[in-house]
Ligand binder design. Structure first.
Ligand code: G4P
Length: 526
């Protein structure tokens, strides 16, 4: 098949949500539609459950599961759909941000009772900065929740979206009767744990039709009529172009666990979601249709077997055709590499692939060659943009607790940082190492993994710190002044970039006021 056809076939997206909104359940239903799994329950939630914070074995188990569910591919209506898993747990938010650089669109799941939650807000903000097209699925309509219009207000105000409802709920919770499809003008009646066949769809050409009263009851029919009138007045009509530009967000209502409203959304997704798009690099735009292969690593995962230290690097193909056993150019390391067993994931199964196309994600077995953000090409020097590193929120000094194992400790820390588990900073004044993370959980994961995978022991020392800011300036004098006046606050990140460590919001503001020629950035690109 020609490259263009392969590209047109593919849709690569991520599902984002606050934990418990129903991401895993929805993923599973999508895979069932695609025939990628046969039974419910086959997709394990990769969420780190609350009680797991101090249960290392549980963390390890979850880590294993999340390798298997990192990418799930299925076929539906002649399309190859790649779902990229995004951890909902906030301690793993950076992992999710990076994964979102590898998708072309996203589906946002919202719990009808909880409306927009914190994690959803953060993840949607990341997608919005990249103009990622997003569809919203409001889930759990079989439960009592917020009124449809209040939900859409939240979606618009808290998520900054422009809502365009494509379906509308008829009742809710115990009174939930189904959804009205605003564009096909039909009603799908709700049945718990349904199969979603077309038999339960009722065509309604005119909402004023009396038969609607018999179908839904007079009160519910009247409510639907006035709701739809209002929806049509208040919300914009659907436009594919605006959706593609990230300026309009189709909204669906349903119940994932009951497989209700999922097929409508999937069908719409298949019709409108973009196929693999071009990607920006520092050097130029890369089009998926270019003949030469290119791709970038957005995630690195330690292998499930702690005795083998090899890892899996997840690479998104951006252009051309990737082939097994072919020499490619590792841009950062300036060396050629080939892969004898690149892997693709189909639900929980792994398959070795001979070739892969733009939009596909391949897993590459790696003995320590890759860092997040690395690009592979056929020889051209390209650095893909948009794989940022954000300022950590928690900081600790890391000390060696076993002097005989300092080599192992350094190697372990280096490799865990390449995986993006946390960030390492080295203080300029005394060379002490500082680990920065988004949440407290990573400190425990690091300590555990250093011991079990590298035979090294570490101890932490608390370090009350507010933010790490990357320093940007063209003004050499201003930089020299900062270096001499703020030596104690300066550190280098893993790539040798200069970072200012601020103890508090106030000290950061002081530094900004005192050094106006310097930009203090809270995110950097890897
Ligand atoms: P997550 O991946 O976003 O964290 O959420 P997940 O799918 O694991 O769903 C969280 C909980 O919400 C699960 O219940 C799931 O069954 C339930 N759920 C998902 N969709 C719906 C829905 O449409 N209606 C209702 N009422 N519940 C829904 P749980 O009790 O945490 O787990 P489980 O024992 O049911 O698996």
């Amino acid at each position: 098949m020609a490259l263009q056809e392969e590209i047109n076939k593919r849709k690569t997206f991520g599902i984002i949500s606050h934990p418990d909104a129903g991401k895993t359940t929805l993923t599973e239903k999508l895979l069932l539609f695609g025939g990628a799994i046969q039974v419910a329950g086959a997709v394990k939630s990769n969420k780190i459950k609350r009680h797991a914070t101090s249960d290392f074995m549980e963390i390890e188990k979850q880590r294993g599961i999340s390798v298997a569910t990192s990418v799930m591919a299925f076929e539906y209506r002649d399309k190859k759909i790649n779902i990229l898993d995004t951890p909902g747990h906030k301690d793993f938010a950076e992992d999710t941000y990076r994964t979102l650089t590898a998708v072309d669109s996203a589906i946002v799941v919202i719990d009808v009772a909880k409306s927009v939650e914190e994690q959803t807000e953060k993840l949607v903000a990341v997608c919005r900065t990249r103009q990622t097209p997003m569809i919203v699925f409001i889930n759990k309509l079989d439960r009592e929740g917020l009124d449809g219009f209040d939900l859409l207000d939240d979606v618009e105000q808290k998520l900054g979206m422009r809502a365009c409802p494509l379906s509308w709920p008829i009742g809710m919770g115990k009174r939930f009767q189904g959804v009205y499809n605003l564009y096909a003008n039909n009603i799908r009646l709700f049945s718990a744990h349904g199969k979603q066949t077309d038999d339960d769809v009722i065509e309604i050409s005119d909402l004023s039709d009396e038969s609607l009263n018999d179908l839904l009851g007079e009160a519910a029919a009247d409510e639907l009529r006035s709701d739809i009138e209002m929806v049509r007045e208040v919300y914009p009509p659907f436009s594919k172009e605006e959706y593609e530009k990230g300026l309009l967000n189709p909204i669906f209502f349903g119940s994932a666990v009951n497989n209700f409203g999922v097929k409508e959304m999937l069908d719409c997704f298949v019709d409108i979601a973009p196929h693999p798009l071009s990607r920006e690099t520092d050097e130029r735009m890369v089009e998926p249709t270019e003949e030469k292969f290119s791709g970038f690593v957005f995630k690195i995962h330690a292998n499930m077997d702690p005795k083998h230290r090899d890892r899996i690097a997840f690479m998104r193909i951006c252009s051309g055709t990737f082939e097994r056993n072919t020499n490619y150019f590792h841009v950062r390391q300036k060396k050629k590499m080939k892969f004898s067993n690149p892997t693709m994931f189909m639900a929980s199964k792994k398959n070795i692939v001979d070739d892969a196309y733009p939009g596909d994600i391949v897993g590459l077995y790696d003995a320590g060659n890759f860092k997040i953000g690395d690009s592979m090409t056929e020889g051209e020097v390209l650095h893909f943009k948009g794989i940022p590193s954000f300022s950590p929120e928690q900081f600790r000094f890391v000390n060696n607790a076993d002097p005989l194992k300092s080599k192992q400790l350094n190697k372990g820390i280096d490799q865990l940082m390449d995986e993006g588990v946390a960030q390492l900073f080295t203080k300029i004044s005394n060379n002490r190492k500082i680990i920065g993370t988004v949440g407290a959980l990573q400190f425990e994961v690091i300590q555990y993994r250093l011991e079990h995978e590298y035979g090294a022991k570490c101890q932490y020392e608390s370090l009350p710190m507010h933010k790490a800011c990357w320093i940007k300036t063209d003004n050499k004098e201003a930089l020299a002044e900062l270096r001499s006046r703020r030596k104690n606050n300066l550190a280098l990140d893993k790539d040798g970039k200069l970072v200012y460590l601020a103890e508090s919001a106030w000290t950061l503001k002081m530094a900004q006021d005192n050094h106006p020629e310097i930009e203090f950035l809270t995110s950097s690109e890897f």
